[in-house]
Design a protein around this ligand. Structure first.
Ligand code: ARG
Ligand code: ASP
Length: 695
């Protein structure tokens, strides 16, 4: 009986420690530190984040603003996902040098490839500046007045911050504007491509396997940070040298087993964990379905063309991946919301909130929040979908409309400010060149025919036969000469004539209505957050993701998505071979990898069972932006590389359910195996520090 009680207690702790959450690294002392210990961590809060000594955070960089990366050698070698480095790998690729298809491995530092525009940013320190930022802000002010004082306070504070001259600062809002933190940052801009496996490893399983488990993707690529001679951030220069980091992550060769502690450290982008039930309903019933349908219509065309031609496959690879990724995620999100009964549970939570309001006599203060949400969302739903449909058609899927949209901005710009002409010309010229680098008008016309009906019943594909935008030469000619000449020319182009009234309507009607209906929701959400913190103070609150550095932790664990189905936590190379389809664009396997599998030439990278691990699952609460994040073991060593979540769990962005939310990581031993045994890039392995924490 005693034993049983003990077990029960243990179970309760286990579950409560695994409720998700993305925590601010500077605030881990106390509750988070305790929870992590319960889950098996040997790390202190200071091991993870410290201002005075080097700590784990010094190895974690925001990669290009959208992904995470980590330093894994004293020479600034950086690991991130293949899909995070994808556009760089693609931009160095051509039919002759097809790095997407064949992989790329720099044999020495001279061969490492620079990437214009790419940067990696580190966090030097984090400071709570709420009191400064909110000083003088009164409840009686309008939202606009509040915001302008907040901005003013923030700017004034940043001017006084003590920092090095190459460092930057930014202030970010947390808990919907109820708390503010300052970040001192350091941004490196000379980032070179070092290595990437072929797509058949780095993107193995492609869209069919994207967002699902079992997974067998070696989703990694390698870069290197270069600094000036003083080890400081600098623009690209041949004279730059490899960066010597404050900290780099040792790599564990001992692997993972079910129940091991895991910590994922990175830059999740956006989550919405405190939405009212009515907002989640709107998301799954209106918003997602219409976005899913538009992207599905676009993908139908793009996929067919990519399968039929290598040239188009290369040109559209990056675009297709971007479109397909969110499309599939939204489908999973809807499924997960349904399966986890997120709406029912959120309603129950709201009932509890109302109950406590009543008990504490706070109804007059906060009692209007939930009914007000109901009213506002009813009013907001239609314009939210309408605006998003426009964005999907004119800014995401159809490139001719994207060019027309840019032209509209050009026209407004130049009309309002004739002086702006030269700059505007450069900007649109660069944009057109970028589009045309990977453009095919037949594909795009097919996309147009499929997606435009979602925005308008007027669909005239004959514009493709007459417009100048479908070839770069003629498109560029539109923008030659004086502004009168340009404005006349563009306003005679069939595509622009077609698109302009729609874009005009978007700006002068849709967007205005959207802003007008969205802003009271934003203000109410802030009020709701404040009310929750005050009325139900013992709940477990973490701030929504906002592109800032966060820690999330859990354990290695499989899951059961449906009755009688359960997934192991670890997948192996055997699964790659099982999925192998010769010549297939998603499931082909390089000969060399098949040979290694046959000869079992695994070096020190095999698991205790003699097999090569590929991916594993954990209960870490991650989101978009966590791709490329390191998975760190109980001692601070690198064991995995985060890259995805399981399909049924992608609703973790609005509702985290510990039963079915799992993040997917590449096992670091697979990364090392590919670098060493597959690519023979042993010089890279030699740079790293490989450790045996379990032995
Ligand atoms: N689903 C992952 C994330 O959201 C991986 C995406 C890249 N892979 C792909 N097949 N598109 O970004
Ligand atoms: N694949 C995502 C990313 O690129 C991660 C996720 O959404 O789980 O950041």
């Amino acid at each position: 009986m005693k034993r049983f009680k003990f077990l029960l207690l243990f179970l309760v702790i286990q579950v409560s420690a695994q409720q998700g959450g993305m925590w601010i690294p500077s605030l881990l002392e106390g509750m988070n530190e305790e929870e992590m210990k319960t889950l098996g961590s040997k790390l202190s809060a200071k091991d993870i984040y410290d201002v005075n000594e080097s700590s784990l955070k010094d190895a974690i960089g925001h990669f290009g603003g959208g992904c995470t990366s980590e330093i894994i050698s004293p020479k600034g070698l950086v690991l991130t996902n293949h899909h995070c480095g994808f556009s760089q790998i693609q931009s160095h690729s051509s039919l002759e040098n097809d790095y997407l298809k064949n992989g790329f491995w720099a044999e020495n530092m001279k061969d490492e490839l620079p990437n214009k525009g790419l940067y990696i940013e580190f966090i030097v320190r984090i400071e709570d500046v709420t009191n400064h930022v909110l000083s003088g802000v009164l409840d009686t002010m309008t939202e606009k007045e509040k915001q302008s004082l907040i901005d003013k306070n923030g700017n004034a504070y940043q001017k006084e911050v003590v920092k090095e001259k190459w460092q930057d600062t930014k202030i970010k809002s947390f808990y919907k504007g109820n708390q503010y933190f300052l970040f001192v940052t350091e941004r490196f801009e000379d980032i070179r491509l070092v290595g990437a496996p072929p797509t058949s490893i780095g993107k193995f399983g492609s869209d069919t396997d994207n967002w699902v488990f079992p997974r067998h993707t070696g989703d990694f690529s390698l870069f290197r940070i270069y600094a000036n001679k003083n080890n400081q951030p600098a623009e690209y220069s041949e004279d730059n040298v490899p960066y010597t980091p404050k900290h780099y992550l040792p790599i564990s060769l001992d692997g993972v087993s079910e129940g091991d502690f895991t910590l994922v450290f990175g830059f999740p982008g956006t989550t919405d964990e405190y939405l009212p039930a009515v907002a989640i309903e709107h998301l799954t019933k209106n918003f997602n379905p219409s976005n899913i349908a538009i992207r599905e219509a676009a993908l139908k065309v793009i996929d067919a063309h990519m399968k039929a031609s290598d040239d188009i496959r290369i040109k559209y690879a990056s675009k297709q991946a971007r479109i397909a990724n969110a499309w599939k995620k939204w489908i999973g999100q809807d499924l997960g919301i349904e399966k986890s009964e997120a709406i029912v549970k959120r309603k129950a939570f709201e009932a509890k909130f109302l109950q406590v309001l009543k008990e504490e006599g706070q109804e007059s203060k906060y009692g209007n929040i939930l009914p007000e949400f109901e009213r506002l969302y009813k009013d907001f739903a239609e314009v939210d979908v309408k605006r998003r449909n426009f964005i999907e058609v004119f800014l995401v899927t159809n490139e001719l409309m994207m060019m027309a949209f840019r032209t509209y901005q050009f026209e407004q710009n130049v009309k309002n400010d004739p002086e702006a002409l030269d700059k505007a010309k450069v900007s649109i010229t660069n944009y057109l060149k970028k589009i045309h680098k990977n453009y095919d008008s037949t594909v795009d016309k097919g996309v147009f025919e499929n997606v435009m009906p979602f925005h308008s019943s007027y669909v005239d594909a004959s514009i493709y036969d007459k417009t100048a935008y479908t070839s770069l030469d003629t498109a560029l000619k539109l923008f030659e000469g004086s502004s009168e000449e340009i404005l006349k020319r563009i306003n005679e182009d069939s595509a622009y004539v077609f698109a302009k009234p729609m874009i005009e309507e978007f700006y002068t009607s849709t967007l205005l209505e959207y802003d007008q209906k969205k802003s009271p929701i934003t203000a109410l959400q802030k009020e709701y957050m404040k009310a929750l913190l005050e009325v139900l103070p013992n709940e477990r609150y973490f701030p929504d993701a906002n592109n800032t550095l966060r820690v999330t932790y859990g354990q290695v664990r499989g899951y059961s998505p449906r009755d009688a189905v359960s997934y192991n936590a670890v997948s192996y190379l055997d699964g790659v071979i099982e999925k192998y389809i010769p010549g297939d664009y998603e499931f082909d396997v390089p000969q060399r990898l098949r040979d290694l599998y046959k000869s079992k030439d695994y070096g020190p990278y095999a698991d205790v069972n003699g097999k090569i691990p590929v991916c594993f699952l954990g209960t870490n609460h991650t989101s978009g932006g966590n791709s490329g994040s390191p998975t760190i073991d109980a001692h601070g060593n690198l064991i995995g590389l985060n890259f995805d979540r399981v399909w049924e769990g992608t609703m973790s962005d609005v509702y985290y359910d510990p039963e079915i939310c799992r993040n997917i990581m590449v096992d670091l031993r697979y990364v090392l195996f590919i670098i060493d045994k597959y690519a023979g890039a042993t010089h890279l392995i030699d740079e790293m520090s490989l450790v045996h924490p379990k032995k």
